[in-house]
Design a protein around this ligand. Sequence first.
Ligand code: NAP
Length: 264
Amino acid sequence: METVGAGMLESDMQRVLLLGGTTEASALARALAVRGVDAVFSYAGRTDAPRPQHLPTRVGGFGGIEGLHAWLIAECITHVVDATHPFAAQMSRNAIAACAAANVALLGFERPAWGGFAGCHLVADIAAAVAALPEAPARVFLAIGKQNLAAFAAKPRHHYLLRLVDAPGVLPLPDATAVIARGPFTLQGDLDLLRAHHITHIVAKNAGDSGARAKIDAAEALGLPVILIARPDLCAQPDQPARQVAGSVSEVLGWLGHGTDLGV
Ligand code: NAP
């Protein structure tokens, strides 16, 4: 991956697509709106009541690489900022391919991944996380959102605590409790949650960022093991060029040529 410097691109005749669904994307949308940048915010449409944004907003998939390519051309998009979640790999791969085909500039807005910590057991993917759980009954905080829950039915003896944005329908796990809440979360709140549910193990994605970090800090404080799932690789092809990345709103603004002063 390449990192970006400030002021790399001109802001004339600019129209931005911001791929969202994260706290960082919402912060960037605010900053773009304040500066009067011509931009469209895009949600996948996974949650019942997505946060309202300060930018014109569209909801739903584009229809794969081809659909996104056509949409970029039709909407005269000059710049795409991919501020999706680090585990939204399909969208990010599609953006890399569609932007290359449409000759549109692309920047990934990436949160730094978490490093190792006490009790951390790093695994490659969901299947490895399932395998890493014990065979004996345990009480597991399955902090991975609503996707991929079914994989954990392979370990049906555990009680699973889920934290979801929307109330779930039928859960694919025989013994599960769902707490409905939207982050960011606090250390004290997550300490209380883990204690109240007598949690013995945590499964989490290596999401990075401070709002999602509370559960990790709480687990560390309580001496609980954390099975941490590594981020997916975005490179669909070995010879694919790495996308440029920024780690903060101000870096993204610099890349777009709107200055890095966040005091505006
Ligand atoms: P994904 O597997 O990478 O994407 C699946 C498909 O959903 C994409 O191919 C695309 O459909 C559509 N899509 C995803 N993000 C979109 C966006 N921002 N705007 C328009 N379409 C989008 O994504 P995911 O893991 O399901 O995540 C969906 C959304 O939830 C993302 O926006 C992400 O930021 C957010 N989110 C994900 C996680 C997570 O753990 N995965 C956690 C928190 C938030 P088409 O191919 O039809 O264009």
